[in-house]
Design a protein around this ligand. Structure first.
Ligand SMILES: C[S@@+](CC[C@H](N)C(=O)[O-])C[C@H]1O[C@@H](n2cnc3c(N)ncnc32)[C@H](O)[C@@H]1O
Length: 314
């Protein structure tokens, strides 16, 4: 964030994911517009970026205990059983889902963000695309201890315990930066048009040949809430470059600056992008050493993290 060319104005985070950059931009007083194609990111962004003051209490969440779910509704979630969670866990999860849907405005998004977090904590590798056989193996605390030296008991804790434990942190992260921040769940190109004129567009896209299967990682959450949208899959090299052409061209019409997190593992992509940027504006590349943390072990993959700052020609 310290590398940004300006320190106030409208900041569009186009591939926001878990909203760490948007959150910091909000903290620094930017008017933040946050976008991601996934509903699983949208709920976090609604709860923490757009929301200025609405919090949730334990009491409101504990009402899930008295929720009754009719059998047809419950059956619509049976695909989760012995796929992501045990049947009794799905019973608990569905009550929480129904409670969240009965809530209004930011309370709904806060509870859904907490549900998302609890689901992820309960899943090995924090992802929704691990097959059930492996989930069973990795949730076996003795196996985990023998093989990895950690029991990972949190995979076997209840949804409500996770949610109540995380609640104070989520509530504490809600604040008003005196700006009207806005959140979208759109394909990135649509989000640029929808947002209109901004000062900075920030991009941290899913680069080809990286861990980029975000739909696989979190898409089942979107399915649960019936909120999957159509968007362009740019995880393959050819599609990525084609899409980026349109993205940069559009960005140059709507923004003064483009700031891009660059991944250096794909050489062709990297050189291609820098070439494209210089066609549209003055480019500055900043470098910072970045060590990938994988599974809590020492860095396995030393990768350079670069930031391209493009000042568009006007
Ligand atoms: C590398 S992650 C962003 C990480 C983020 N900067 C953070 O700090 O958590 C890329 C994000 O782009 C989203 N995405 C992928 N394709 C998209 C598209 N066509 N339009 C909008 N978002 C997309 C994914 O859902 C994913 O959350």
């Amino acid at each position: 964030m310290d590398s940004l060319p300006i320190n106030q104005g409208r900041f569009l985070d186009l591939f926001a994911g878990g909203s760490s950059i948007s959150f910091e931009a909000k903290n620094r007083g930017f008017e933040v517009i946050t976008n991601d194609a996934l509903y699983s990111s949208f709920v976090v962004n609604k709860a923490l970026i757009e929301n200025k003051s609405v919090k949730l209490s334990e009491k409101e969440i504990l009402k899930f205990n008295s929720i009754t779910v009719d059998s047809e509704r419950r059956a619509s979630f049976s695909w989760l059983e012995n796929n992501l969670f045990y049947t009794t866990e799905v019973d608990e999860l569905v009550k929480l889902i129904v409670l969240s849907e009965n809530m209004r405005g930011y309370k709904k998004y806060l509870l859904q963000a907490l549900i998302r977090r609890a689901m992820i904590r309960k899943l090995p590798y924090s992802r929704m695309n691990i097959d059930w056989k492996n989930i069973l193996k990795l949730r076996d605390e003795n196996y985990s201890y023998e093989k990895y030296g950690r029991r990972r008991a949190y995979h076997n804790d209840s949804f409500i315990n996770h949610i109540l434990r995380d609640l104070p942190d989520y509530n504490a992260a809600i604040f008003d930066n005196n700006c009207k921040n806005k959140v979208y769940q759109l394909d990135a190109l649509d989000a640029i048009k929808k947002t209109g004129k901004v000062d900075i567009i920030y991009l941290d896209p899913p680069y080809p040949s990286t861990m980029n299967n975000y739909d696989g990682f979190y898409g089942k959450f979107d399915k649960i809430f019936g909120k999957k949208i159509e968007y362009t899959d740019i995880t393959h090299e050819k599609d990525f470059l084609y899409y980026f052409d349109q993205l940069i061209d559009l960005a140059s019409q709507y923004s003064d600056y483009l700031v891009v997190s660059l991944n250096t593992s794909g050489k062709i992509i990297f050189e291609n992008l820098v070439d494209k940027f210089s066609f549209y504006g003055l480019v500055e590349i900043k470098e910072k050493k970045h060590n990938y943390q994988i599974s809590g072990k020492e860095s396995k993959n030393k990768n350079k993290e670069l930031l391209a700052i493009v000042k568009f020609y006007k």
